[in-house]
Design a protein around this ligand. Sequence first.
Ligand SMILES: C[S@@+](CC[C@H](N)C(=O)[O-])C[C@H]1O[C@@H](n2cnc3c(N)ncnc32)[C@H](O)[C@@H]1O
Length: 249
Amino acid sequence: MHQVMRHHYHFSLFILLLAVFSACREESASPPESPNSLMREQPAPAAKVSDPLPLPKTGEGSFENLVADFESKDRGIWQKPNMVISLLGDLEGKTVADIGAGTGYFTFRMVPKAKKVIGIDIDQRFIDFMDSVKVRLDVRYRDRFETRLAKADDPLLRPEEADAVVLVNTYGYIKNRGQYLKTLWKGMAPGGRLLIIDFKKNNLPIGPPDEFKVSLSQAERELLSSGFSIDRVDQDALDYQYIILAEKP
Ligand SMILES: C[S@@+](CC[C@H](N)C(=O)[O-])C[C@H]1O[C@@H](n2cnc3c(N)ncnc32)[C@H](O)[C@@H]1O
């Protein structure tokens, strides 16, 4: 098999295992976690299943390296995906849009919980990557997931389509955010929740350089001036990222 295809296959398998494992965890759902237990969230199960899989040795910034970065073995420790998703509340019967979904790190973890999860990205490679995993999802979940190739200035949601929107490590990449938020607003149902998680400033060991980050206070200002209310702000729950939970009133 061609080297690149073999890498692609390995990472598709990696994500598949991650999704299936996450789905299994949902099947045996335990009582809600306390804030303290959330702080001790263990590494994502995928870290264990990925151990025998080879990491790509291709050049910096290659697609394979982006995938390896987004799905890195250590991410579960600092990203606390279960705690993050729990901030959205009960997703049963709800449609969730994961904007800037990338490999679907959050998208696939939400699929077992929601009526539908839309993995949205502007990069066709990530859409293809997510689709390659989608076809391998358990048939019970397959219909709950779709990908959508969006435009840089428009997530292409239908009017009031999303009950919840997730933007993780993506807000800073969006240009003209004021206008973007107004467009996003139209795609959200009244009462819809918007969860933004992005890297704190101060040149952290993880995440982009500071000049590519949007500060928490700036993000708050942009949300408020676009008509969103802010329900919760947290700079402590995650080591490297702040959390904003906003709402379309
Ligand atoms: C750093 S990655 C984060 C991926 C994923 N949310 C995660 O946390 O693993 C940022 C993603 O946002 C996408 N992106 C950048 N600008 C975007 C835009 N205007 N609309 C939608 N997606 C965008 C990129 O293609 C990339 O997949």
